[in-house]
Write a protein that binds this ligand. Structure first.
Ligand code: URA
Ligand code: SF4
Length: 206
């Protein structure tokens, strides 16, 4: 064993705090490693910290975060019992999309988080998280309209788990229709968690 789970996690957080592996370190206020339970069965992966996250060093604490917290609550989950992180740990200036080289530089941290926590379900929020996690699993990203709401058995970072993809909560902030889709997807996530979806590779489409 390479130290306890907590020791391994704390070492990782320290590495992220000191990290200068990509250009985003130069403009960040605070890196945002992630937060939640190290025993979590469900791990959420967003895109990148925004302004508020950068200020506080915590994931999903702005408007999109409030929506995520509400979506979790609707299916009976608290932020404390899941784990929440992002594909890149530092805020891209002006909230631009993270670039491929930044994602590549940061990915070892996410891989280590997945190894340490060993979630049963990896939930991807938005297309960047979706295509990156599908890529790690050796799967072709089929696009969000096909992937959302689908559960796929896969191996990611050596961990056998289910990938569940949905839209990014930020996209649903000013789009009621999309918010309904997100709520439906979260209900599917709930049934997956309670075991109803077990035994089926996919929810029946895709
Ligand atoms: N959007 C994200 O993708 N991640 C955050 O942490 C906040 C907003
Ligand atoms: Fe390091 Fe990731 Fe921050 Fe880039 S985004 S500086 S790789 S922690």
């Amino acid at each position: 064993m390479r130290g306890s789970k907590l020791e391994r996690y704390e070492k990782l957080v320290e590495q992220i705090r000191r990290c200068t592996k990509c250009r985003l370190h130069a403009t960040r206020k605070n890196p945002v490693p992630g937060e939640g339970s190290l025993e979590a069965e469900v791990m959420f992966v967003g895109e990148a910290p925004g302004r508020r996250e950068d200020e506080l060093g915590r994931p999903f604490v702005g408007m999109a975060g409030n929506l995520l917290t509400a979506l979790l609550r609707e299916i009976g989950l608290s932020r404390e019992e899941v784990y929440i992180t992002n594909i890149v740990k530092c805020r891209p200036p002006g909230n631009r999309d993270p670039r491929d080289d930044e994602i590549a530089a940061c990915l070892p941290y996410l891989i280590e988080q997945i190894k340490i926590i060993g979630p049963k379900i990896l939930v991807t929020l938005g297309r960047h998280a979706g295509r990156t996690i599908y890529g790690l699993a050796g799967l072709k990203w089929p696009g969000m309209s096909k992937a959302h709401g689908a559960a796929v058995r896969a191996t990611v970072a050596g961990v056998s788990l289910t990938i569940f993809s949905t839209y990014h909560p930020a996209a649903a902030l000013y789009n009621k229709g999309l918010r309904t889709v997100l709520q439906e997807d979260f209900r599917r996530l709930k049934s997956l968690l309670s075991g109803e979806g077990r035994g089926r590779t996919l929810f029946d489409y895709f």
